[in-house]
Design a protein around this ligand. Structure first.
Ligand code: C2E
Ligand code: CA
Ligand code: CA
Length: 457
């Protein structure tokens, strides 16, 4: 019979040579380890631990090759806090309770495991997806009704077994599915599917290739002009990253920036783009050309790094650029987290002369009240506001918001302006600076500065 994870059982040759004796010794050790791990159970719950679970589950699939199998994995969101808030004893009672919920599905054709603290797995045969959903819903309902003082959020990942898939792979895939619902209130389970696989492969590809892209100068700075509507003058620009991939062509930042944010590579990439902007500003000044302030996108992850401000100060020094030529765009959502630290950082940057812009205003949950104390020079109204200016109600909202922002003495700019109807209305409301396809699309940085020169002569 095949042993652990489908590897062939190691059988020693009967030779009595020294080599043979060594083999025999290793064989006995392995036998002992197998026997122990085959039956090892977690003391607290009495369920199989990691190694025996994988072993039994692989055996089970082999022995019932006529059945279709799936693996369900459960993890509790922030289980550590259960121990902290309710005490370890209650935490242990909860784990035993979860183990009992799983035990309800114990049979000759299933295998149940308790991998570590709050991770449980069930290998079960199934005929339809609905059956699997019923199991996770039943377990989920039981856990949610467990009498405990803190909120328990179970997350389930489900992976259906296909030909040749080892149980440890099923478990990894179920875990990936699980991560997509972890901490979410409205969905407690996810299936691992082809889309998820493709997305993960894509994420891996981006992570693998980004450093090469940086080295190989595949990352380019584009700039989209900001236009004063009345005079049509270009009063600034926003630096936007473009990845000119040698095989895939231009990849949109919306496709890869979220991946870089997850993996942390965004720091390197932002730093590169910022330096390119400073370098281009310096070149323009050296050639006695006109420059206008350039906005840099700052990822949320970036702001909280301890060397964030220092990096910008160094660029100012190195390229001898007046900080008032640099606008830092932070998305609205960045302002809701760890506000105190953020404000102190932004205040320091403002004191040095940088301008701070709140990007995507209106796309999330900004509180108008918080605007009054924040170190913000400019508000950038998200295009979502402009998508519906046909009704009187939305017109009133935009009008009032613009009036309020102006009263608070902040600059205002609208982005994603695509029609004259939108720009006319914005002007009527007192918003005189716009950015959008109606005026210009993002363009290579050198083209942008040529346009600025031509535009202002
Ligand atoms: P964002 O900061 O909100 O940038 C504005 C986006 O709207 C840009 O998309 C721009 O090309 C697009 N846009 C401009 N005018 C119009 C219009 O009239 N209609 C429509 N439909 N879209 C318009 P892009 O360049 O694809 O960038 C997407 C996002 O990626 C940016 O959104 C920003 O969040 C992020 N991003 C881009 N470059 C960088 C960067 O260097 N660093 C960081 N951290 N994020 C960046
Ligand atoms: Ca932006
Ligand atoms: Ca924006």
């Amino acid at each position: 019979m095949d042993r652990l994870n489908g590897q062939k059982e190691f059988a020693p040759s009967p030779m009595a040579s020294e080599e043979g004796r060594d083999e025999l010794y290793l064989y006995s050790l392995k036998k002992m380890a197998d026997r122990n791990s085959e039956n090892e159970r977690i003391t607290l719950t009495g369920l199989y631990g990691t190694a025996p679970f994988f072993y039994k589950a692989n055996e089970c699939i082999r022995e019932h090759s006529d059945l279709q199998y799936a693996l369900i994995r459960l993890d509790i969101y922030r289980f550590k806090t259960v121990n902290e808030f309710c005490g370890r004893t209650t935490g242990d009672i909860l784990l035993k309770f979860i183990a009992d919920c799983f035990r309800a599905y114990e049979s000759e054709v299933t295998v149940i495991g308790h991998l570590r603290a709050d991770t449980f797995q069930l290998l079960t045969p199934y005929k339809t997806e609905e059956e699997l959903i019923r199991i996770v819903t039943e377990i989920n309902d039981k856990i949610e009704n467990f009498q405990i003082q803190c909120k328990i959020l179970p997350a389930f990942g489900i992976c259906k077994q296909e030909m040749g898939m080892d149980v440890s792979l099923l478990s990894d895939y179920a875990n990936l599915a699980l991560q997509t619902v972890k901490g979410k209130i409205f969905s407690s389970y996810a299936f691992y599917d082809e889309d998820m696989r493709q997305q993960l492969l894509y994420e891996k590809k981006i992570e693998n290739e980004i450093l090469q892209a940086l080295k190989g100068k595949q990352l380019e700075v584009f700039v989209q002009p900001k236009v004063e509507v009345r005079t049509k003058r270009i009063v600034g620009g926003e630096a936007l990253l473009r990845w000119n991939h040698p095989v895939d062509g231009y990849i949109s930042p919306s496709d890869f920036i979220p991946i870089l944010e997850k993996s942390g590579y965004i720091i390197k990439v932002d730093n590169y783009i910022w330096e390119q902007v400073f370098l281009n500003l310096r070149n323009q000044l050296d050639n006695k050309n006109l420059i206008v302030p350039i906005s840099l996108n700052v990822s949320r992850l970036h702001v909280f790094r301890s060397d964030f401000e220092e990096y910008l100060y160094n660029l100012v020094k190195q390229y001898d650029i007046d900080p008032s030529m640099i606008v830092l765009e932070l998305t609205e959502s960045a302002f809701t987290e760890n506000a105190e630290l953020l404000f102190s950082k932004l205040h320091s940057l403002q004191r040095k002369g940088f301008l701070i812009s709140m990007d995507d205003f209106g796309s999330g949950y900004s509180s108008l009240n918080m605007l009054k104390d924040e170190p913000i020079d400019e508000i950038k109204i998200d295009r979502i506001f402009l998508s519906d200016i046909r009704t009187n109600k939305s017109k009133t909202i935009i009008k009032r918001i613009i009036a309020l922002i102006k009263e608070l003495d902040m600059k205002i700019i609208a982005e994603g302006v695509e029609t004259t109807e939108q720009s006319d209305f914005l002007l009527e409301c007192g918003c005189n600076v716009c950015q959008g396809y109606l005026y210009y699309r993002p363009m290579p940085v050198t083209e942008f500065f040529m346009l600025v020169a031509a535009n202002n002569t």
